[in-house]
Design a protein around this ligand. Structure first.
Ligand code: UDP
Ligand code: MG
Length: 149
């Protein structure tokens, strides 16, 4: 089954949005297989966002992500990475669809509440940055037989 990496950023944690965000993924039918609250060290922030290292917004992005604790999660389910990206919405919350997390809870591209891996390949890479294998827990959810065809 597919897994993806999701992270409530410091603004989301400080605004008390962790529970709401976890609830949305749970209600969708995705399975939580890893979670922790953490202040990210610089090396992991740089590794996570390595594709943006030379962009003008990178210093501000790094400071934002390191400004407080993040809530890191691994979610499992059919097509998890694509499904979660749809639920997260466009990078710029001003353009994110209502009903998406960024569309419902944010206004500014520099404070967009949540990160989610953009592909299965990114998901594998990002889960490897942030979780040790033993921190991801496989188990069955009782509703699985009715969630999938
Ligand atoms: N970002 C920013 N300004 C920009 C573009 C991106 O502050 O002009 C930040 C924003 O927090 C975004 C993150 O950098 O979520 C990563 O950018 P990406 O384009 O990968 O967006 P995402 O995958 O998060 O939707
Ligand atoms: Mg991205």
């Amino acid at each position: 089954m597919d897994r993806t990496f999701v992270m409530v950023k410091p603004d989301g944690v400080q605004r008390g949005l962790v529970g709401e965000i976890v609830s949305r993924f749970e209600a969708k039918g995705l399975k939580l297989v890893g979670a922790k609250l953490e202040r990210l060290p610089e090396e992991r922030v740089v590794e996570q966002y390595r594709e943006h290292k030379e962009k003008p917004f990178f210093p501000g992005l790094k400071a934002y992500i390191m400004s407080g604790p993040c809530f890191l999660m691994a979610w499992e389910g059919k097509g998890a990475a694509a499904v979660v990206r749809m639920m997260v919405g466009a990078t710029n919350p001003a353009e994110a669809a209502p009903g998406s997390i960024r569309g419902d809870f944010a206004l500014d591209i520099g404070r967009n509440v949540i990160h989610a891996s953009d592909s299965p390949e990114s998901a594998a890479r990002e889960l490897g940055i942030h979780f040790a294998p033993g921190e991801l827990i496989g188990y069955s959810r009782i509703d699985e037989p009715v969630l999938y065809e």
